[in-house]
Design a protein around this ligand. Structure first.
Ligand SMILES: Cc1cc2nc3c(=O)[nH]c(=O)nc-3n(C[C@H](O)[C@H](O)[C@H](O)COP(=O)(O)OP(=O)(O)OC[C@H]3O[C@@H](n4cnc5c(N)ncnc54)[C@H](O)[C@@H]3O)c2cc1C
Length: 334
């Protein structure tokens, strides 16, 4: 493999039923930054697979794509990992990108490693930052070893340098009205996966709206031990027009669903206000909420890491403090 043959930054434009997911737009914004740091010669390409998906190209151009590779085929109408992986491998072998970015979404997490393995290259999973170092090397940052360290990973020998990126760590650019560019319509042969048939797909119905849609969040951690504690947080959330979210250990108790988990393996949220209740502040948790506009935290341990990321903090037992806050709000509302 000659590294010099590989040029350009690719973003996988993940879509379902013709609806583009939001993370590719965040990745396009980061691609603009990476391009500048890599010397400005890499073309930013969005790669779009599916059926009747070409209308999405306008959105991709408006958000920073300089060209779009489109592959439309009946076999790509519904996402199937082996079909999509085979198509992407062929596209990479043909066009030879230097960098290939995916969202760390369920699809991206499944698809990117398969593409990586077939190409025999390297992949960083769930990056929370991307950069170019002083020597011009593309570097991906990801929390490792239980979040105790941040790893800065480079893929020096193999191409493309692949990466899945956590949603919402980058901001999409403001859309550029009327932006356009070349659309490369590919016609490589794609056949369906005969090993299984998708009979029906149904959208999952959640008990509550996903936590990344809430503008005020009351988040409970592992210090929240039972339904009574949780009811207290729900009452507070209701009083301030917020929604209850959680850290992973609270989700693992089964009291709340995954759609409410905040953090590296949950949602990344940027609400106007988050109140962290009995959450210690692990790297994985903070990666999901440290860009919130106002962060308040309640923890009985004055040395809890969460306080370092908080605008306001209370060192207190939440079982005493939260009822007092609830009472005060109720009194003021009366
Ligand atoms: C690959 C990977 C991905 C991960 N992804 C995520 C993720 O997406 N989200 C996530 O949250 N975690 C994630 N984790 C787990 C993470 O490392 C931590 O274990 C987790 O965030 C800790 O949750 P916590 O703060 O609720 O619990 P703990 O660390 O146990 O903290 C509980 C806190 O509650 C306080 N407390 C207890 N009782 C009270 C009380 N009565 N009043 C006030 N304070 C009290 C304690 O002082 C303590 O600080 C991940 C880990 C790995 C390895």
């Amino acid at each position: 493999m000659n590294k010099a043959d590989y040029k350009g930054i690719w973003v996988f434009a993940e879509q379902e039923n013709g609806v583009l997911s939001s993370t590719p737009l965040e990745l396009l914004a980061k691609a603009i930054d990476l391009k500048a740091k890599l010397g400005g010669t890499d073309t930013i390409t969005a790669v779009l697979l599916g059926k009747d998906v070409a209308p999405i190209c306008d959105t991709l151009f408006a958000h920073g794509a300089e060209q779009v590779i489109v592959l439309e085929n009946d076999a790509l109408a519904v996402y199937k990992h082996r079909v999509y992986a085979k198509a992407l491998v062929e596209l990479v072998e043909k066009h030879k990108p230097s960098i290939f970015l995916f969202a760390a979404s369920p699809i991206g997490r499944e698809l990117a490693p398969r593409v990586m393995a077939r190409l025999g290259t390297g992949l960083t999973a769930d990056a929370i930052d991307l950069d170019v170092d002083e020597e011009g090397t593309f570097v991906q940052t990801t929390p490792n070893f239980g979040g105790n360290i941040l790893s800065h990973i480079a893929i020096p020998e193999k191409r493309p340098q692949m990466c899945t990126v956590h949603p919402k760590v980058f901001e999409p650019i403001a859309p550029i009205a009327g932006a356009s560019g070349p659309v490369i319509t590919e016609d490589i042969a794609v056949s369906d996966d005969e090993d299984f048939v998708i009979l029906n797909t149904e959208e999952k119905v959640f008990a509550s709206q996903p936590i990344d849609k809430a503008s005020i969040v009351v988040a409970g951690g592992f210090g929240v031990k039972n339904e009574e504690d949780l009811a207290m947080l729900s009452t507070l959330a209701e009083l301030i027009n917020g929604q209850v979210g959680c850290s992973r250990p609270l989700r693992e108790t089964g009291m709340l669903g995954h759609e409410l988990q905040i953090g590296q393996s949950g949602a990344t949220i940027t609400p106007d206000l988050i109140i962290n209740v009995a959450i210690s502040g692990s790297v994985q948790y903070m990666a999901g909420m440290d860009k919130s506009k106002c962060i308040m935290s309640i923890n009985k341990d004055a040395n809890a890491t969460i306080f370092s990321a908080s605008h306001y903090g209370a060192v207190a037992d939440f079982r005493k403090l939260v009822p007092a806050i609830i009472e005060e709000i109720q009194n003021r509302k009366a």
